[in-house]
Design a protein around this ligand. Structure first.
Ligand code: GRF
Length: 194
């Protein structure tokens, strides 16, 4: 068993998928904290509903990224977090967190990286007219969606398909694969930690 923190900024459907996997013992983890940088985001209500502690903050209340990450780190230590799982966290992770969790921060991104990094990845893919996009799970480094790739799954874009429709199918893939891949990452990480 490993203690994880899930970082999210919005809806939190991936948090929900991870939570369900833990609940049904498909993921050997304990979600000890949810971190959210947008007070009022749906993910906060989702976490509170199932009794998971939440730390929410507004970056604008701090002088710098390292100032809020310092606070984050205190919370992560309080909750004995061993692995950080980004699930729709819309901020670039800074040096403070990267150094505290070497090889211990994972992200999911809605494209086949290195194509379409950054924001609006589905919109970028549809605008580019590609026939295949997908989902990437990767370790986080100092760049934007540049860290080592752990796993990918493709999703084809149908003729004339709307951004909403592609997004919906991408989400379905995310919810199916993120818990599965995290299970492997967790066991790999535990073997390194122990
Ligand atoms: C997902 O598409 C994820 O790949 C991206 O942000 C979205 C988060 O969705 N990084 P949700 O908040 O989990 O519903």
């Amino acid at each position: 068993m490993i203690n994880i923190a899930v970082f999210a900024s919005g809806n939190g459907s991936n948090f929900q998928a991870i939570y369900e996997a833990v609940k049904h013992q498909r993921l050997d983890a304990n979600i000890s904290l949810v971190v959210c940088d947008r007070p009022g985001a749906q993910v906060i209500a989702r976490a509170e509903k199932v009794g998971i502690p939440v730390f929410s903050f507004s970056a604008k209340d701090y002088e710098s990224k390292s100032a809020y990450e310092e606070d984050l780190l205190i919370k992560l230590r309080e909750h004995r977090v061993q692995l950080v799982v980004l699930a729709g966290y819309m901020r670039i992770v800074g040096e403070m967190l990267l150094e505290a969790f070497p090889g211990g921060i994972v992200n999911i991104h809605p494209s086949l990286l290195p194509s379409f990094p950054g924001k609006d990845a589905v919109e970028q893919a549809v605008a580019a007219g590609v026939k295949v996009t997908g989902v990437t799970v990767h370790y986080v480094d100092e760049g934007v969606d540049t860290g080592p790739i752990i796993a990918q799954q493709s999703v084809s874009i149908r003729e004339g398909e709307s951004i909403e429709a592609v997004t919906k199918r991408i989400h379905e893939v995310e919810h199916a694969i993120y818990p599965k891949i995290l299970q492997k990452v967790i066991h790999r990480h535990l073997s390194i930690l122990n």
